[in-house]
Design a protein around this ligand. Structure first.
Ligand SMILES: Nc1nc2c(ncn2[C@@H]2O[C@H](COP(=O)(O)OP(=O)(O)OP(=O)(O)O)[C@@H](O)[C@H]2O)c(=O)[nH]1
Ligand SMILES: [Mg+2]
Length: 374
């Protein structure tokens, strides 16, 4: 990475110099007011110190790598122990340095007021520091020292940039139309309720024939809970206790367009429950695994669970209880840090209505929404 610092009177003076020296892909990392010149402390002039950078590797190639991508490395849980896929160690080190530098440069005192407020909001929303730094760096390069911009216009720009970051990082794996979806997740996150919502959607909106299976024979009322929803929707429910039962149940539901399977909530921070799940599931590619996580949990705990699944590859994440929390950072963090698509966000207890389709705009609105002003 090439770094260059300029001492200028205004931001407008710096831009052409940066473009000339570092090219159009340069990124402004920091602007800081400084005092220069003078005599015995008198007649000192206020100037602007602007630090810009360019990654020569990416800038010489026609393919531009967004700063976002430099700052963040996608984690693919199923291959998390396979270092053979990694880029050379040097490049990884360089990326770490850039990331560290960006986070450091986004210190309070270096930011204009509007971006300081925005940073506080991103922190309150629990957006990961790297993503927040990345967004702020992008805004710095657009807004810089322009003090005429209103807070609202900066917020609008921030929303746009956030949508772009989410779009750029969103998993490119196409959402498949599955035959069997097995919903797994920690205790009480809303698996059974969400299955009822999705079953209703397949049946009522998409006009599909649905079958329900539950492997949750652990909790006493669990089977009854799914059967109640099955009864209301007039959808058959089968109970399974082993992988043989499950294979049979799937066969018996041959005439269904889609089979939704419930499982017992487990503490998947413990490997033994993951092993138990592995024993139950057929290694059949037509069975998709959707991990249900509640947005009321800590992001670190969500990460632990996803990482623990290591060898079981997850087809989708489904996030619940958005209505119970004011912080939506985890949604953006998950999109940016894992290569797993998110299709739905559940936002209430009502079946079938309280579920919405995930979009980058929706996620950005959760973070930037009017109700979330710092
Ligand atoms: N506020 C809110 N509550 C929800 C949401 N989804 C589910 N719930 C509630 O969370 C509680 C647990 O829901 P369940 O569907 O039984 O959760 P589960 O993951 O199946 O639980 P276990 O099978 O015991 O692991 C119930 O009171 C649901 O009404 C949601 O999106 N928002
Ligand atoms: Mg349940």
């Amino acid at each position: 990475m090439r770094l260059k610092t300029y001492i200028v009177s205004t931001m407008a003076d710096a831009i052409p110099m940066i473009k000339k020296d570092l090219g159009p892909d340069a990124l402004i990392l920091n602007t800081k007011k400084i005092k220069t010149g003078g005599f015995l402390g008198f007649f000192r002039q206020e100037k602007l110190e602007v630090t810009a950078a360019i990654d020569p590797v990416t800038s010489t190639e026609s393919k531009k790598i967004e700063p976002t991508k430099l700052a963040l490395k996608k984690i693919e849980p199923s291959r998390s122990h396979d270092h053979s896929k990694d880029s050379p160690a040097e490049l990884i080190n360089e990326l770490k340095n850039i990331k560290q530098f960006m986070v450091q440069q986004m210190k309070e005192e270096n930011l204009p007021e509007s971006l300081r407020l925005l940073k506080a909001q991103l922190t309150a929303q629990e957006v990961a520091p790297e993503i927040s730094a990345d967004l702020l760096a992008k805004l710095m390069s657009k807004v810089g020292g322009d003090t005429t911009r209103t807070l609202d216009s900066v917020r609008l720009l921030a929303r746009e940039e956030l949508v772009a970051i989410i779009e750029a990082h969103q998993s490119q794996s196409a959402l498949q139309d599955p035959e069997v979806i097995c919903f797994i997740g920690p205790t009480g996150v809303g698996k059974t309720t969400t299955i009822a919502k999705i079953a209703a959607d397949y049946m009522l909106t998409k006009d599909k024939k649905v079958g329900l299976i539950t492997a949750d024979t652990y909790r006493i009322a669990a089977v009854e809970q799914l059967k109640t929803y099955g009864g209301i929707l007039n959808i058959p429910v089968k109970v399974v206790e082993s992988s043989t039962d499950l294979t049979r149940a799937i066969e018996e539901f041959q005439d269904c367009d889609i089979i939704l399977m419930d499982t017992a909530g487990r503490n998947y921070q413990q490997a033994k429950y993951i092993e138990e799940l592995k024993r139950l599931l057929p290694t059949d590619s037509k069975v998709q695994i959707h991990l249900v996580l509640s947005l009321t949990s800590k992001y670190e705990d969500m990460r632990k669970i996803i990482n623990n699944f290591g060898s079981i590859s997850m087809d989708e994440l489904l996030l619940t209880k958005k209505d119970e929390t004011g912080s939506a950072g985890a949604i953006v963090n998950l999109v940016c840090q894992y290569d797993i698509p998110i299709r739905h966000i559940a936002n209430g207890q009502n079946v079938p209505n309280d579920i919405v389709a995930f979009t980058p705009e929706l996620a950005a609105d959760f973070i930037m929404g009017e109700e979330n002003h710092a």
